[in-house]
Design a protein around this ligand. Structure first.
Ligand code: ZN
Length: 443
């Protein structure tokens, strides 16, 4: 069954979303992908920036694209790369159309809003396979659903999927359906989506004829910005594996693009679940899209601090500014941070810190007793302070480019790609058309 006649711009098996708030690190980021490629691991860079980020920083989608193009040219990158209009909706997408070839359609705000009851009835009538016992290969216990369960899930998500369809068609009309990659995201919401819910959502997405290639559900547990996963790792591994099984099943059952894979948002720094994720991906031969969240911006501050002198002074100033404006900075991120304000050092204390003390507190090294996740989360949301510094901040990035770039590259390559993708190039792919790459090298 092939529900999608349109030829697609296909997303590669492993892709890594990187953010570059101030459009100065694309080269340093691309270097991490080059290092991975040299080890035989093909990871496609996707530069993502949301409208929210553009508004806070005061940047434009054209500038994000230009920074990427410059890096690709400077480093002679000849493989695929993409620019993602992250978390867009109908109201915000238009400014991205000329500059992005990847669209993350965010419909989280539509979840739970009532859909037309006739549409819900029609969906249930046309999907008898979703009611009763659903046996999915590689899931130990079949899902057991009643018509009432399915109705509840459809009622909760159908309007969101219909909205995703509207946004998809709007982009397709403006850009041509074959010219972009579509993601649907539902992560920025209160309750996680279970694997059976994901199956029903994918059926609805197929009915809506959205050629989705990545889907971002909300997983169980906390995905706080810039810090490790908080939750039951075993439970996460089970849910993640079941999601992979559901995706494989839905691709066959509903004719969704065979490039469809999970997208893990706020996926940077979740070190405790990288092992479980890597094992599950290998078991299923699945690909993955992972979006990092602000981790590059934090490396900029680390690099400035490490440089010492006025770089360190600027880093201290950013901390003091973030501390003074903590309430307003944290408000938009309330659901994705957990800061214990009692564990934040005073600005005076930090002003007395050496470069080593500052970087030890900020760098995500859990084996370092000086590491302070509360300070790290506060600086994560504090990029507005640097944005307000304007050229003073950008000039410092340029002055200390070497130190900053070294940290940006090492963070992506050593702490993320190595832990997540080690050995994946030797794992068989889902599609027989894409043979597994046999290589002796591993990260
Ligand atoms: Zn997200």
């Amino acid at each position: 069954m092939d529900g999608f006649m349109v030829k697609l711009l296909k997303l590669e098996k492993f892709s890594f979303g990187v953010g570059d708030r101030f459009a100065h690190q694309a080269k340093a980021q691309l270097k991490a992908f080059i290092l991975a490629a040299q080890q035989g691991v093909e990871v496609t860079p996707v530069w993502n920036k949301s409208n929210r980020e553009h508004v806070i920083v005061g940047s434009e989608p054209s500038g994000a694209r230009a920074a990427v193009e410059a890096a690709v040219k400077a480093l002679g990158w000849t493989k695929a790369y993409h620019v993602d209009a992250d978390h867009i909706g109908l109201a915000t997408v238009d400014r991205f159309i000329p500059h992005s070839d990847f669209y993350t359609i965010d419909v989280a705000d539509w979840i739970g809003k009532p859909a037309d009851t006739r549409a819900v009835d029609a969906f249930i009538d046309s999907h008898p396979e979703l009611v009763g016992r659903i046996s999915i290969p590689q899931i130990e216990w079949p899902f057991q659903t009643t018509a009432g369960d399915v109705r509840g899930v459809v009622a909760k998500y159908l309007l969101a999927v219909q909205e995703a369809g509207k946004i998809y068609r709007h982009i397709a009309q403006a850009k041509g359906a074959q010219n972009f990659i579509t993601e649907v995201s539902m992560d920025e919401t209160d309750s996680p989506q279970t694997p059976p819910e994901l199956l029903i959502i994918l059926a609805a997405i197929a009915d809506e004829k959205i050629p989705i290639q990545t889907i971002a559900p909300k997983f169980t547990g906390r995905f706080n910005k810039g810090v490790d996963y908080v939750g039951d790792v075993a439970q996460f591994e089970k849910e993640f594996s079941e999601d992979l099984a559901v995706i494989d099943f839905a691709v066959k059952q509903y004719g969704l693009p065979n490039t469809l894979k999970l997208s893990v948002h706020s996926g940077s720094d979740k070190f405790s679940i990288y092992g479980p994720m890597r094992r599950a991906l290998a078991r299923f031969g699945s690909g993955l899209h992972i979006k990092t969240a602000g981790t590059t911006w934090l490396e900029e501050v680390i690099g400035l601090a490490e440089a010492g002198g006025d770089g360190l002074a600027l880093a201290r100033e950013i901390y003091a500014g973030a501390l003074a404006h903590a309430q307003e900075l944290c408000a938009p991120y309330a659901t994705v941070i957990d800061i214990d304000f009692k564990k934040l050092p005073s600005a005076a204390t930090v002003n007395g810190w050496s470069a080593k003390q500052f970087t030890s507190a900020l760098r995500h090294d859990q084996s370092n007793p000086e590491y302070n996740p509360h300070l790290r989360q506060l600086i994560h949301v504090g990029y507005k302070i640097a944005a307000k510094m304007g050229n003073r901040y950008l000039d410092a990035l340029e002055k200390y480019e070497d130190t900053v770039a070294r940290n940006v590259t090492a963070n992506l390559y050593e702490r993320h790609m190595k832990l997540l993708l080690a050995g994946t190039s030797r794992v068989a792919s889902r599609s027989a058309a894409v043979p597994a790459q046999e290589t002796a090298a591993s990260l």
